[in-house]
Design a protein around this ligand. Structure first.
Ligand code: GLN
Length: 483
């Protein structure tokens, strides 16, 4: 049962082959048995899951249908869930039970999904390895000595290990696409504003976007359908109609113009990954796509700009966690100053503290113009590069990451080495564009992802290309040994 995709589950439930309750019990047992190896969950919500599964079965018995009705999923632990711990991977919020559901959570619940639990993540979504969680590192099911990617590493590892078919995730600089690449999944970061951020604990508000992690593009279409849409509670949510993502999966790729940026194939890219990317390009050419070399000349400036803007926004967003308004409070504070400094010093881990300091510095008087303002100007140049490219091509293709998943601990002493691994993903967040990563092969037994980027609101086009590719390749069907 645990090998089924969301689409297969939907058919099985509709055909009454099994009930949502049976499936939910099977997956909960599987999580109890296997999750200790990978640590992908922070909280399990068995009672809620069984209640939702029974309710979904009752709705089906009453004649209701729907692709997500009775489908088991999990939420990254930064989506607020009413009455359930929402920790953001931090000691700071270990005691925080959200008083309300995030819009994504309530929309998916209304569609009939069953919440099995809350998944592990890098603390406050800062990271690319899922090693900064207060609840311990997550391990990659493909090789337990390697990282699963981050910050949505728990969602990715759980889906890759077949503990559940799909999960929610968020992407500020790559945290859906990069763990998808590292664990052989399909992950979609939607256009900024497509999915509501209300109730999603903020890291960098102008970059954060929620989206689906699943094994196939077909499943990403189903989950995105349940997540996307205008939300008056989020002032950056966009009031655009949500298309039927499943309906566009089968479009032909004949004549599709794919741009391949020449800057993507520079020295930093593992040549074995470059070979797999070229193989995926050949496959898409066979399906009728036309390949064109393009240029994104400002790409080299994107990492420094991102690592000014994201920490700057984080330093502001995280000021509310002070032991008074939200979060952990230290024992026996001497005075107010001591309460603030010790609560924050003890509640936040070192990567979060590093980013708060970098961000506060970049925003301070005298440095604002030199760092923050300059970074915003680079952000515009990065966006302009994409606008120029999309005058000539329909999608942009390249690697998701320059290297496969690294060994646990390998980059702990050098944060900049980890930041550099985000080179292919962060530009889409700076520009607000949609991006998808899909399985494209293996290097030393570790999965490799190919990334597709499209113009604003063209999530359907990304899913269409990925689905057609997946109809003609079988990388996405490979299962890690032992799971
Ligand atoms: N690795 C990036 C960072 O650490 C992106 C994280 C994310 O997308 N949440 O900021």
């Amino acid at each position: 049962m645990h090998h089924m995709t969301l689409a297969e589950i939907a058919r099985g439930l509709a055909d009454k082959k099994f009930s949502s309750e049976e499936l939910t019990r099977t997956l909960l047992a599987r999580i109890a048995q296997l999750d200790p190896q990978i640590n992908s969950f922070i909280s399990l919500t068995e009672d809620l899951a069984l209640a939702q599964a029974k309710a979904a079965d009752a709705r089906r018995a009453n004649g209701e249908s729907g692709a997500l009705l009775g489908a088991p999923i999990a939420h990254k632990d930064l989506f607020c869930t009413q009455g359930i711990r929402t920790s953001c991977g931090s000691k700071m919020l270990d005691n925080f039970k959200a008083p309300y559901d995030a819009t994504v959570v309530s929309k998916l619940a209304a569609a009939g999904t069953v919440t099995l639990g809350k998944t592990n993540m890098d603390e406050f979504a800062m990271g690319s390895a899922n090693e900064s969680s207060w609840y311990g590192a997550v391990k990659n099911p493909w090789n337990l000595e390697h990282v699963p990617g981050g910050s949505s590493g728990g969602s990715a590892a759980a889906v890759a290990a077949r503990l559940l078919p799909a999960a929610t995730a968020t992407d500020t600089g790559g945290s859906i696409r990069q763990p998808a690449a590292f664990t052989n999944l399909t992950g979609l970061k939607p256009t900024y504003g497509r999915v509501s951020r209300w109730g999603m604990i903020a890291y960098a508000s102008s970059l954060d976007q929620g989206g689906p992690l699943a094994r196939t593009a077909e499943d990403c279409a189903l989950l995105l359908q349940g997540m996307a849409g205008f939300d008056p509670n989020d002032s950056t949510s966009i009031d655009e109609p949500v298309p039927d993502y499943s309906a566009s999966l089968n479009g032909s790729l004949q004549g599709l113009r794919i741009g391949v940026p020449k800057e993507y194939f520079s020295a930093g890219l593992d040549p074995r990954i470059a070979d797999l990317i070229h193989a995926s390009i050949k496959e898409l050419e066979k399906l009728g796509a036309v390949i064109k070399e393009i240029s994104l000349p400002n790409m080299q400036h994107a990492i420094p700009a991102y690592y000014v803007i994201a920490p700057a926004e984080a330093s502001s967003n995280l000021s509310r966690f002070d032991g008074v308004r939200f979060g952990y409070r230290c024992e026996n504070p001497k005075d107010l100053e001591d309460l603030y400094t010790r609560s924050r010093g003890e509640g936040f881990g070192s990567e979060v503290q590093r980013r708060i300091m970098v961000g506060a510095y970049a925003l301070s008087a005298g440095y604002y113009d030199a760092y923050y303002l300059k970074a915003q100007k680079i952000r515009r140049l990065v966006k302009n590069d994409f606008m120029n490219a999309f005058n000539e091509v329909d999608v942009i293709l390249g690697p998701t990451t320059p290297n496969p998943a690294w060994k646990l601990g390998a980059k702990n002493s050098d944060p900049v080495a980890a930041y550099l691994e985000d080179v292919y993903t962060i530009t889409a967040n700076l520009a607000g564009l949609p991006g998808l990563s899909m399985p494209a092969g293996f290097v030393d037994g570790l999965p490799v992802g190919v990334q597709l980027l499209a113009p604003y609101f063209q999530e359907g086009r990304l899913l269409n290309v990925a689905h057609q590719y997946q109809l003609h390749t079988d990388w996405h069907t490979r299962t890690p040994t032992g799971f």
